[in-house]
Design a protein around this ligand. Structure first.
Ligand SMILES: Cc1cc2nc3c(=O)[nH]c(=O)nc-3n(C[C@H](O)[C@H](O)[C@H](O)COP(=O)(O)OP(=O)(O)OC[C@H]3O[C@@H](n4cnc5c(N)ncnc54)[C@H](O)[C@@H]3O)c2cc1C
Ligand code: SF4
Length: 522
């Protein structure tokens, strides 16, 4: 078994698969290590009882809260990562999200890269991930050089009715950018059947724009790219200077394996990437690899997320594919305002409600499912040093999290209830997402220009270890209030370009750099 590669990528989610796709044509020998296995396609993929009640696609791990409680995280270890079960709402960050924004709970820091630097990569990520949408509708939409690669998805009649009612109230609903392989000008050639088991479920027919379908399968067509599954990375080794990563230690079926490469990229998701760095502590990095700032694992952000079941008792909602529009009229706001992003989510069905509330009588759930419209609220969480991933002495993960910006989030929901009331909704049941809902995890290895206040530089390379990169959601300096996957993918493409240039004119390695410094000094 070969253990020498040019590049090792750890993880196959939005970050890892997109980077693999970008680097595959270089001909470099790329090894991708993924702890999960390929999702088994079966009817279970679309079974609410198995997906939501038994959570068959979530890890069995139990993580700890800061209060000492235990929870099972909503975390999928699969080829394709969490994108296998994502809702495929693929939005760009707003231009202002890259700037400093004051909120009543504190500052959302500026990013060290600009929106303009990411823009061409957003365009390419939208193409790769089959994003459908319509430019010009969303009042907070950032500037784009081109139209969406795929036109907006059509809306079913009840959704169109509410879309128009909201417009009548002076709001600016917009077609939600969605990544599915649905081509309305060629329905017979469309893999996507617009089902009601998309958001939160894996796609049985492989039609979702997830990281595996959008990127990984294409990368693996290159003979220089190897994927190993069911292999969990434990540690990264460095040379004696501590300045260069040399190898990856991993376990598969109880055996330890070791792989070497001159470029190592971690993309295990914001929480697990921090775990790998912390586990990799050595004599030169006593507090965890690349952790001279003390910020590895800190600044964990996860959005203030809430779901709402809104019921108009006099009108049925027979919509099947519901996640078709959003509202960003309240995205930014002053202190005291409702703040955040609103969108539809997958349609609640009787089966989904039964899986979530097995004690409720069937006829009640049936009525609710027939009449509900289902909303999602997302308000920016802020980076805080005390929020983050900690490794306990027995290796268990502790997630310390107290969300910021809760008050503007609650105001957003209250405000939305008043709006829905005006258009006939009478019962509105809201559920804030608890700590185990780690879907939007970001921030555990923030990017910045100053090594004292960030883990990664603006190339997503660790400040401390010159050939070690992190390209999953860990790098986010702030969370914004839109879903993270498109930004992770676009940034991975940006890092891909940086690496390609670096391969064309490689940096000297640590020893050579020191020798050159000495010779210049002399
Ligand atoms: C139910 C749900 C709905 C969502 N909906 C949306 C949405 O509509 N829009 C959106 O933008 N985002 C959505 N998200 C979030 C989105 O899926 C994530 O932002 C995205 O997948 C993060 O990409 P990543 O590369 O950072 O990490 P991940 O996708 O989590 O990938 C990390 C990969 O690393 C692997 N890994 C972890 N540890 C190790 C290890 N030690 N060794 C080897 N491999 C390892 C994991 O198995 C995984 O494959 C949703 C998430 C969930 C769970
Ligand atoms: S809506 Fe389309 S992409 Fe989503 S699960 Fe159904 S078939 Fe797959």
């Amino acid at each position: 078994m070969n253990t020498q590669y040019d590049i090792i990528i750890i993880g196959t989610g939005a970050g890892g698969s997109t980077l693999a796709h970008a680097l595959a044509p270089t001909g470099k020998k790329i090894l991708i290590l993924e702890r999960g296995e390929h999702l088994v396609r079966s009817k279970d993929n679309w079974d609410p009882e198995k997906v939501f009640r038994r959570e068959i696609y979530h890890t069995q791990e139990r993580w700890l809260t800061k209060e000492g409680g235990e929870f099972r995280p909503g975390q999928a270890y699969l080829v394709g990562g969490n994108t296998k079960v994502f809702g495929a709402a693929l939005l760009r960050l707003r231009k202002r999200d890259f700037e400093e924004i004051p909120y009543e709970d504190g500052l959302s820091p500026a990013w060290p890269i600009t929106y303009e630097e990411l823009e061409p990569h957003y365009q390419e990520a939208e193409r790769l991930y089959f994003v459908h949408g319509e430019r010009g509708e969303d009042p907070t939409e950032p500037p784009a050089q081109k139209l969406f690669p795929y036109p907006k998805l059509s809306q079913e009649p009840r959704m169109l009715e509410v879309f128009n009612q909201l417009k009548g109230l002076g709001l600016k609903p917009f077609h939600l950018p969605i990544g599915v392989q649905r081509f309305e000008d060629n329905i017979p050639g469309s893999p996507c059947i617009r089902c009601n088991t998309c958001d939160g479920f894996p796609c049985l027919v492989n039609a979702k724009g997830d990281a595996e379908q959008a990127c990984l399968i294409h990368a693996l067509r290159h003979p220089n790219v190897t994927l190993m599954t069911g292999i969990k990375v434990e540690k990264i080794e460095t040379d004696a200077s501590g300045k260069r990563a040399t190898a990856v230690q991993a376990t598969a079926e109880g055996e330890t394996r070791r792989f070497e490469a001159p470029t190592i990229v971690i993309s295990a998701g914001a929480i697990n990437s921090a775990v790998i760095l912390l586990e990799s502590a050595n004599a030169k990095h006593p507090n965890g690899l690349a952790n001279s700032s003390g910020l590895v694992g800190r600044n964990y952000m996860c959005h203030n997320n809430s779901a709402m079941l809104a019921i108009d008792p006099f009108k049925k909602n027979p919509t099947i594919f519901q996640k078709t529009f959003g509202v960003n009229d309240f995205y930014f706001g002053q202190a005291g305002d409702p703040i955040g992003h609103i969108s539809l989510i997958g349609k609640a069905t009787e089966g989904i409600l039964k899986a979530e509330k097995p004690w409720a009588p069937r006829f009640v759930l049936k009525f609710m499912a027939e009449h509900s419209m289902d909303w999602w609220f997302q308000t920016e969480d802020l980076p805080r040093k005390e929020n983050g991933v900690e490794l306990m002495s027995d290796g268990r993960i502790r997630l310390n999290w107290t969300p910021a910006n809760r008050a503007p989030h609650e105001r957003l929901i209250r405000h939305w209830k008043k709006i829905l009331w005006k258009i006939g909704f009478r019962v509105m049941l809201t559920q804030p997402m608890p700590i185990n809902a780690v879907a939007h995890q970001v921030g555990t290895a923030v990017m910045g220009k100053d090594p004292a206040t960030s883990v990664l530089d603006t190339d997503n390379r660790t400040h401390d270890v010159e050939n070690l990169y992190v390209v999953d959601g860990s790098f986010f300096p702030s969370a914004s209030a839109v879903n993270p996957a498109l930004t992770i993918a676009a940034n991975a493409l940006r890092v891909g370009d940086i690496l390609k240039k670096r391969f064309a004119s490689p940096l000297p390695n640590a020893g050579e750099a020191d020798a050159q410094a000495v010779s210049r000094g002399g």
